[in-house]
Design a protein around this ligand. Structure first.
Ligand code: ATP
Length: 268
């Protein structure tokens, strides 16, 4: 079918308008506005305490703004709880992986995907449905390189493997918007290379917001960067332009962690 030239353009996947969060006299996020189109690869960077994690919390719904509006696919979700945001397609991978240590790796992903799976009703009692759940969880494990350890308890995984499992669990809900909170923190160069491959291969249907200190990981994954300082947007723009901003260059000159070997490997 030919697209209707008079049809209204699709709303951005995520739109923040004048979002502000105060803690007492401290303004952690100060009048932040952002627009993420479909398929966005958007990094948020800035010094410690700039408000990056608070911003992710506001988008995920674990915290609420004092002012401003948050919309997902045009729907106002400013006051919407985390469970409904998750059903609408917001998923998050955490700095400290939120895996259930006593369950197997596979069951962690089955459980994470359960509320989102089209065949969830009665699946415990119907082996064919349950099998389709485990098959789709298995595909997510394969994508993050954990298929070989699917039947091991999650407690036996290394830190890097737990981060990958957390990512597979986030992807199991087939999200519209994936929030990645310092995904490269604490990873070996090899794991960073794997992470770059996985996030780089995500389909256009998934928009990504990435909070990350590794500036080379940002340069590799993000097409747009927002720089926060003291809760305010210093600059939002194409990655190379934003990273070339004089204040950003000064801030990262001495502190940037640059896992060059992993980046070089990921670039092939
Ligand atoms: P980092 O890079 O160190 O993780 P960040 O950019 O993620 O920092 P936030 O964690 O969002 O920064 O914190 C922004 C500011 O808000 C900081 O000054 C922090 O101390 C403060 N803050 C965050 N959460 C709370 C809270 N629940 N209560 C009071 N102050 C808070």
């Amino acid at each position: 079918m030919t697209p209707d030239p008079n049809a209204a353009p699709a709303p951005p996947v995520l739109e923040l308008t004048g979002v502000t969060r105060r803690y007492g006299s401290l303004t952690a996020v100060d009048d932040v506005s952002l627009r993420l189109p479909a398929g966005a690869r958007h990094a948020v960077i800035g010094p410690n305490g700039a408000g990056k994690t608070t911003l992710l919390n506001l988008i995920a719904g674990t915290d609420r703004p004092d002012h401003g509006r948050i919309a997902l696919d045009g729907e106002d979700i400013t006051r919407t709880g985390t469970a409904r945001r998750s059903r609408l397609g917001v998923a998050r991978s955490f700095q400290q992986p939120s895996v259930i240590a006593d369950l197997t790796v596979l069951d962690n992903v089955v459980l994470a995907g359960w509320p989102h799976h089209p065949e969830r009703r009665g699946a415990w009692r119907r082996p064919s449905r349950y099998r389709r759940h485990t098959e789709s969880a298995g595909r997510h494990l394969e994508a993050v390189g954990l298929a070989d350890v699917a039947h091991r308890p999650a407690s036996t995984l290394s830190h890097g493997q737990r981060r990958m499992l957390d990512l597979a669990a986030a992807l199991a809900g087939e999200p519209r918007l994936l929030l990645l909170d310092e995904p490269a923190a604490g990873l070996t160069d090899g794991d960073i290379g794997r992470l770059l491959g996985i996030v780089g291969a995500l389909p256009e249907s998934v928009a990504v917001i990435l909070v990350e200190h590794h500036v080379e990981v940002v340069a590799q994954l993000a097409s747009t960067v927002t720089v926060l300082t003291a809760g305010r947007v210093l600059v939002t723009g194409p990655t190379q332009e934003a990273l070339a901003h004089p204040e950003v260059r000064d801030a990262y000159r001495d502190t940037a962690t640059t896992p060059s070997a992993a980046i070089a490997e990921a670039k092939g």
